[in-house]
Write a protein that binds this ligand. Structure first.
Ligand SMILES: *Cc1c(COP(=O)(O)O)cnc(C)c1O
Length: 507
């Protein structure tokens, strides 16, 4: 099979905007000066003025600018374009209604320093979202301040530390071990270490579950401050021993932190607070349909038990009769973790998502997310190695074992998916599965889309078996094939300089 590379396609061959520059070309026309020209020397001292030429600023027309940026925007894949099966990321479709709500002028234009009495609507929204997330998690104390999941983790383990210091006094310094499973997201041990804990790793079993014997052994060693556990875990399997796990940690004098990034498998069906979890973070930008990817604002609420509530960040939004208030008077609080009250726009979108679904709708979304992942698991299990036998929850992990014999690895399969028009799945995570491919379709894909994705994966398997080089050299349909990613990350070229034009032209 040979694939012809189209080299002249206008949208695929867009160069740098600097290369379009034509001396003297402009995208504006100013009216004639109708006032007296000012002598610059009189208003701006010479030492404050630049003397070099503004060399290299592209001279282009309006249409040059519009087409340049529109063309490069078509190289992106987006959630509005199709299925985005990144495991652990919950890339669900974000409804336009949530966007519309977030743009309501009274919300979008509100100044963060507006006095309480003029911000009652915004405070009510924060309060109602706190209440709903408390109901969803079964944990009554909620702070919406953290700006990301990782910051929610950090906040959560700081609450644990503050609680232990209060409970145990001096003796608390002997209780600094945070247990983290080997399947955990890298942010978990990082958050624990930043909050002053030392991390010990808990092994997973061949079934993809926490190794209970190892957990008990580590608890017996003493010094346990807590456990950070993801449930369903990062291989997509529900930790069926969760109640027992929490009991062991509590018996050892520690607290249980749950990484709630995978709550899309539980919302409306099961509540972490009921398992015995003490504190959890949520990712509104995953589970609650606020946009993510690309480094925009996020929101990682921290929800905790009544015992931990006094330590939550300040200020807290509270209700006093019919009035909403910001409470700064919280002497046990760990303090602020984010300017003002967090990323408010995310909160509006999340509440809009919760209200449009209602309790029944949230449960249905969860069920559909799990059903979709199981559909993928079922239809791909013959062609791809599925390391864990259990039915997955909202995401499923495969490995490249059946393709690597032909020299085709996870990265190659992911790159080949691009040629089929799909965004690849998460690759090489979790680390405990060699050549992992973690797929999470979410509830927002229908059966046709799932079938198309399954067909693409199956075709790629046939290619891997019959014509492996085709997959190894993929992608064939994009402007750039394989980058030297290490060099790109270590020596990024972030600035265009005039001499680069000469070398680009001679290349
Ligand atoms: C996404 C994720 C995080 C971190 O969340 P951010 O919002 O990206 O900081 C933590 N744990 C797991 C399991 C995740 O999937």
């Amino acid at each position: 099979m040979s694939i012809k590379k189209v080299t002249q396609h206008p949208t695929q061959n867009e160069g740098l905007i600097f290369e379009r520059s034509q001396t003297g070309r402009v995208g504006y026309r100013l009216p004639k000066l109708d006032v007296e020209e000012t002598n610059l020397d009189e208003i701006l001292p010479a030492e404050l003025r630049r003397t070099d030429d503004l060399e290299g600023v592209p001279e282009v027309s309006e249409v040059d600018v519009i087409r340049h940026f529109t063309r490069i925007s078509t190289w992106n894949y987006s959630i509005d374009l199709g299925i985005y099966p990144l495991g652990s990321c919950t890339m669900k479709y974000n409804s336009r209604l949530n966007e519309k709500t977030a743009r309501i002028a009274g919300f979008a234009g509100l100044h963060p320093l507006a006095p309480e009495q003029e911000a009652q609507g915004a405070l009510e929204l924060i309060y109602n979202l706190q209440e709903d997330l408390a109901e969803i998690t079964g944990l009554p104390g909620v702070s919406l301040q953290p700006a990301a999941g990782a910051q929610g983790e950090m906040t959560g383990v700081m609450l644990i530390r503050a609680f232990l210091d209060e409970r145990d006094g001096e003796a608390s310094k002997d209780r600094r071990v945070m247990l983290v499973p080997d399947s955990a997201h890298g942010t978990n041990p990082a958050s624990a270490a930043m909050a002053g804990f030392s991390v010990k790793t808990v092994r997973s079993t061949d079934e993809g579950l926490t190794d209970m014997e190892h957990l008990k052994q580590l608890c017996a060693d003493g010094g346990i401050a807590g456990l950070m556990l993801t449930n369903p875990n990062t291989v997509g399997i529900f930790e069926k021993n969760i109640v027992e796990i929490c009991a062991h940690i509590h018996d050892a004098g520690g607290l249980v932190y749950m990484d709630g990034a995978n709550m899309n498998a539980l919302v409306g069906v099961a509540r972490p607070g009921d398992f015995g979890v003490d504190v959890i973070h949520l990712n509104l930008h995953k589970t609650f349909s606020t946009p993510h990817g690309g480094g925009g604002p996020g929101c990682g609420p921290c929800c905790c038990s009544a015992d931990l509530e006094p330590f939550l960040p300040t200020p807290r939004v509270e209700k006093d009769g019919d009035v909403y208030k910001l409470n700064f008077n919280r002497p046990q609080s760990i303090g602020r973790v984010k300017a003002f009250y967090g990323n408010f726009g995310m909160m509006i979108r999340a509440l809009s998502y919760i209200y449009t679904h209602g309790a029944e709708g949230l449960k249905e979304a969860t069920e559909a997310a799990v059903l979709n992942a199981r559909y993928l698991a079922h239809h791909l299990a013959e062609d791809f190695d599925k390391p864990f036998a259990a039915d997955p929850m909202h995401e499923v992990v495969f490995s490249h074992k059946k393709q690597s014999r032909k020299g085709v690895h996870t990265l190659d399969i992911a790159k080949r998916l691009i040629d089929y028009g799909f965004h690849p799945m998460t690759i090489y995570f979790p680390l405990i599965v060699e050549g992992a491919m973690l797929m999470e379709p979410t509830e927002s894909v229908g059966r046709e889309d799932l079938d198309a994705f399954i067909e693409a994966m199956r075709d790629i398997n046939i290619e891997a078996q019959e014509n492996p080089q085709l997959v190894i050299d993929a992608p064939h349909s994009t402007r750039i094939g394989r980058l030297d990613e290490a060099t790109a990350a270590r020596k990024p070229v972030l600035r265009w300089k005039p001499e680069m034009e000469a070398s680009a032209k001679s290349a």
